[in-house]
Design a protein around this ligand. Sequence first.
Ligand SMILES: Nc1ncnc2c1ncn2[C@@H]1O[C@H](COP(=O)(O)OP(=O)(O)O)[C@@H](O)[C@H]1O
Ligand SMILES: N[C@@H](CC(=O)OP(=O)(O)O)C(=O)O
Length: 461
Amino acid sequence: MAFVSLWFKTVNSMKVVKFGGSSVANAEQISKIIDIVTADADRRIVVVSAPGKRHGDDAKVTDLLIALATAVLNGENHESALKAVVDRYAQIQHELALPKSVVETIEADLRGRIGSRGSNDLQFMDTMKASGEDNNAKLIAEAFTKKGHPAKYINPGEAGMLLSDEFGNAEVLPESFEKLAALKGESDIVIFPGFFGSTKAGDVATFPRGGSDITGAILAAAVKAEVYENFTDVDSVYAMDPRIVPNAPAIDLMTYREMRELAYAGFGVFHDEAIIPAVKHEIPICIKNTNRPEAPGTLIVPERKYEQTEVAGISSADGFCAIYIDKYMMNREVGFGRRLLQILEDEEISYEHTPSGIDNMSIILRSEELGKKEKTVVERITNELAPDAVSVEHGLALLMVVGEGMHYAVGQAAKATNALAEHGVNIEMINQGASEISMMFAVKEIDRKKAVLALGHAFFG
Ligand SMILES: Nc1ncnc2c1ncn2[C@@H]1O[C@H](COP(=O)(O)OP(=O)(O)O)[C@@H](O)[C@H]1O
Ligand SMILES: N[C@@H](CC(=O)OP(=O)(O)O)C(=O)O
């Protein structure tokens, strides 16, 4: 524990706390977050998501807003889609006994956003999506104040959360951090909506989906918080997705890079891009459960002690494809790889991995990245690189075995491949070595869960 407390050396005693959609999905959950925040005087800055799912087959408000915006963009009658959003807030308002005007204001806000739609559809979509967090933050600030805990809603754009104008996929601009540091001076509890900010031109822009985690990390870095507490609906980060492996071991302590690799390839519990602001300012991150705040959670820190060959977690994600290119004597053709990747750059396609051999090279990418450009890419590879064969395989899943101890990996790959073979999983591709701390396997999507269970059994027993 001495090592853990090292990372809690107090810069200033301020904690940034983020509550995900499941933690603010209804009045009961919002009451819990008020108790959690007010139980610790250091919890001064509170980032909230839009109301999430109340049960398994419920809809997230963000998805209801996307449906609403889509109806508007398609010129369809959007009244029932608008009602579905307003009703979610109305139920919360009613159960928290807040004034009815709260809901009227939200409905007026939504109609105002629809009415002021401009010519850029992506920007309109972001304005609508952002309203989920924005209206919830206003409602939650009222709920805190009503319970006797003065709280102040802060508008991200006005506070200096400046983002790039990549709508739906924005990134924070560096000057934001200095501006947002002023939040330290607020005397009331700050309620800050997650997921969006403002472009330099003053337009609303959102981070990628799940981006409220990113907002929290940026604020924690800006105010140099003692810790960034991220409250969700599980006690900790588990070594494998608990929906696949219900008895997966909990991870008490992990490093930033372990979390980033695992989050990037399937650990939906924390956004991979939320690690970066924390890394730069060495802010420890603690993942905790709103429904069991007394549980210690998972602490994510710059470094940790680890055993050789120790694996922290195994993540997996569907939705990948591979482009295979064969060309005899490829190894002697100077510039082949550059020309291949240039084709992807020209077509604005980002890729994940490029395992290669003497006479072949493959590119692994998300199927949605390739999308409708597949035909063009294959034609260009055929015409410009004159390969012996080029083919695309869809329906792949990636598995990542991640751990700081992986660079003592002698035997680790064999352990993994044996486990997969024993469970009848065919490995489509292996990539080991590019990252010191991970091993990647591509398998068919239908084998993904079986593969996670097989690897989990091999590495965790
Ligand atoms: N390795 C993992 N450890 C814990 N939870 C995980 C993991 N992988 C996926 N999850 C899922 O992430 C969920 C929490 O993330 P999310 O739904 O985004 O929550 P929030 O509503 O708090 O934003 C959990 O309920 C769990 O099903
Ligand atoms: N509400 C947004 C942003 C977000 O971070 O949500 P959550 O905390 O529920 O993952 C989304 O659904 O993408």
